[in-house]
Ligand binder design. Structure first.
Ligand code: SF4
Ligand code: MG
Length: 330
């Protein structure tokens, strides 16, 4: 079956000016990323803030154009699709629903907004759809008259989900959808997202800095570091036998007693590098506990694994030593 969402060598470079008299320098937020999602799959995209995952989600929503590469939805280039057909295929659920919901609009109008923007149906049919969506996300019809400020964080997240699903999309980009919520509310929302996926056959790209959150829903996980996917694997394989030292560090950090705080710098030795001035060779080398001499000068190639792929010299050198011991190889 052909993928419902496919990224082929997608890059996004910005020109960023540093300081008042500084020259503009290129910042590669997304660096030749290839991903592929089948219908009904949940791909968890994990990385620290600054890794490029938000830029990637903007590209998928058509809010930013890639500098290079292609995004295909249902086999069609995202750039050639009009806004309405794209909105019917991909919808976002963002992190902080409070800032993404207009505080002066009633909940009914917040949820109906995509229908209003795209001129779908009259007011009566739009309100009927809103009632249906409220029921689906587990909110009572009476909240239609409420305002976002009168609702709890979890209720607002349900509103954001209702607004996304009212367009009956095939793909939902969940960008840190539970990061602003208490842990108990988090799991309610994750369960709801899981149920909705089953009921409507949805495909999710689930973006988070927290591997523990991703584990609930994801079928596969891609780990992003300074614009690159450094490892991708099925969720079981990634948690049981992580390959990349960065994946291992992320896993360690979710086992520490501060869930939701991201990666404590103590685990990784130092702060996340500035993407405008990435480290040479393997971008992870200054923080890597396994760093070798060639890591500092040579960027590792992507190596296929039984579960997916990984980008690290620990894997390339294994291959090399096999080749060296094979007399048939030069
Ligand atoms: Fe660490 Fe080297 Fe692998 Fe990079 S290539 S993750 S520095 S071992
Ligand atoms: Mg972000």
């Amino acid at each position: 079956t052909k993928p419902i969402l496919e990224l082929k060598d997608v890059s996004k470079t910005y020109r960023v000016k540093q300081g008042l008299f500084g020259r503009a320098k290129p910042l590669t937020a997304v660096n030749q990323v290839s991903l592929s999602l089948k219908r009904g799959e949940v791909l968890g995209l994990v990385g620290e803030s600054g890794c490029g995952k938000s830029t990637l989600s903007k590209i998928l929503l058509g809010l930013e154009a890639p500098t290079a590469g292609q995004v295909l939805v249902d086999g069609e280039d995202i750039g050639s699709q009009d806004r309405l057909s794209l909105a019917r295929r991909i919808q976002p659920i963002f992190q902080d629903p409070y800032s993404s919901l207009n505080p002066r609009k009633r909940i009914a109008d917040v949820i109906a907004l995509p229908l209003v923007v795209h001129g779908i149906g009259d007011h009566a049919s739009q309100m009927q759809e809103v009632r249906k969506m409220l029921d689906i996300v587990g909110l009572p019809a009476r909240v239609m008259e409420s305002y976002p400020s009168q609702m709890s964080g979890g209720q607002r997240q349900r509103v954001a989900i209702a607004r996304a699903l009212i367009m009956k999309p095939e793909i939902v980009i969940c960008d840190e959808p539970t990061s602003a919520l208490d842990v108990s509310v988090q799991s309610q929302i994750l369960n709801l997202l899981g149920d909705l996926r089953q009921e409507f056959g949805l495909t999710y790209l689930f973006i988070s800095h927290n591997l523990a959150v991703v584990e609930h829903l994801a079928t596969r996980v891609a780990v992003m570091y300074l614009g690159r996917i450094v490892e991708e694997a099925n969720v079981g394989g990634l948690f049981d036998t992580p390959g990349h030292p960065y994946t291992k560090a992320l896993l360690k950090s979710v086992l520490t007693p501060e869930p939701g705080l991201g990666v404590p710098d103590t685990q990784l030795g130092m702060a996340y590098p500035n993407p405008i001035d990435p480290p040479s060779g393997c971008h992870f080398h200054p923080r890597c506990p396994k760093v070798m001499d060639n890591c500092k000068t040579l960027a590792p190639d992507q190596v296929a694994t039984p579960e997916g792929h990984v980008e690290c010299h620990l894997f390339t050198s294994k291959e090399t030593s096999q080749n060296v011991s094979n007399p048939a190889m030069p």
